[in-house]
Ligand binder design. Structure first.
Ligand code: NAP
Length: 327
């Protein structure tokens, strides 16, 4: 019986690649043996380098994690490519007209991890932790009044997989929640907005603005001086999406001019953030090294393997990126 080979294309560290290969194959063999027998060709995920030209020409699916895009061109019959990441902005930028569908990781566990990060860093701003850190550094003892969560409004930009899980958790924590998306939405306990007017309304009304938008032609540089000028001077900004969505020079100017009070940044134009970047030293910026919602290997392998099995059994390609929208 011939084997169905799935190339793993990645520039991750070698040991990390081996871990992924082991976990994916373990998961595939476990679930194929428990499936009904409608698909009984053995499947194996293998490192792309190990495949011959003939084998490469027969591959329909590839699994990618930070791939070198030129490697994908060696696989002329790819039907779809499964990314192990929830965001595929870099892949889309590097392969603007793919001949195959691009499927990103949609993992409810990752959405919960992001929602947890949104709540955690919202509390960080809500309970004035940056201010107490500054006070500690100069040994200054001063108590400030505490607001209730229902006296705070948090605006979330992007109501997709990650935004939806986040607004739900914020609302359960008692915050007033506003959400903004391309299409108008209706979500319990969330005031849903759309369009430029809705965006400006959200910036004016929010105590904390959280960015969970994909990076597209429309969102690049979207958060700029015009929007900062609408913010409350006490408001905070959290960017957990992509660095290029925020105009960083405008952000620094707005912080210096006290148009907002603090920004928590997890994502940057260049990562790791270069040592000489001004953002590191700004007293009103908290820098995180892209940690808000990392892929979980266990749940990701489960989802990716289910996607592959469903495709092999039914021919159904999982939900893929809409290239006309860019996400
Ligand atoms: P998603 O499910 O595709 O949702 C995107 C949301 O953004 C949707 O609500 C969409 O509106 C909205 N949107 C897109 N373009 C818009 C525009 N021009 N104007 C207004 N709204 C717009 O994406 P997701 O899974 O939630 O992920 C969002 C992003 O998070 C990813 O693209 C990635 O960059 C980032 N991310 C970061 C980390 C991290 O660790 N920092 C981890 C994972 C992902 P509609 O609902 O109307 O389509």
């Amino acid at each position: 019986m011939t084997q169905q080979l799935i190339p793993f294309i990645s520039q991750l560290a070698f040991t990390e690649q081996l871990q992924w290969l082991e976990r994916l194959n373990e998961r595939l063999s476990k679930s194929m043996s428990s499936q009904d027998r409608s698909y009984d060709t053995p499947i194996k995920v293998v490192h792309a380098d190990s495949l011959s030209t003939l084998e490469r020409s027969q591959c329909e699916i590839a699994i990618v994690a930070n791939p070198d895009p030129s490697v994908l061109t060696d696989f002329p019959c790819l039907v779809w490519v499964q990314s192990l990441w929830a965001g595929v902005e870099r892949l889309l930028a590097e392969i603007p007209s793919p001949t195959f569908k691009i499927v990103r990781l949609i993992d409810p566990c990752l959405a919960q991890t992001m929602a947890e990060a949104v709540v955690a860093w919202s509390y960080y701003l809500h309970r004035d932790m940056p201010l107490y850190l500054t006070q500690q550094r100069c040994q200054h003892w001063q108590q400030h009044s505490v607001a209730l969560t229902n006296q705070r409004t948090i605006g979330v930009l992007g109501l997709g997989e990650l935004g939806l899980a986040s607004v739900e958790k914020l609302s359960l924590n008692g915050f007033n929640v506003l959400g903004w998306s391309r299409r108008q939405k209706s979500i319990d306990n969330v005031v849903c907005l759309s369009g430029q007017d809705g965006l400006e309304q959200l910036f004016s009304a929010s105590d904390i603005v959280v960015i969970l938008l994909p990076l597209t032609e429309r969102t690049a540089g979207l958060i700029n001086r015009t929007l900062f000028s609408k913010m409350k001077p006490s408001a905070g900004l959290i960017n957990f999406a992509r660095g290029k969505i925020v105009h960083h020079q405008d952000l620094i100017t707005a912080l210096n001019e006290k148009q907002l009070s603090h920004a928590v940044l997890d994502v940057f134009v260049q990562e790791p953030l270069p040592q000489d970047d001004k953002l590191w030293q700004h007293p009103n910026i908290t820098i995180l090294p892209h940690i808000s919602a990392p892929t979980n290997q266990v749940t990701a392998c489960q989802i990716v393997c289910e996607n592959i099995q469903n495709y092999l059994i039914s021919g159904k390609i999982p939900r893929s990126i809409d290239l006309s929208k860019g996400y």
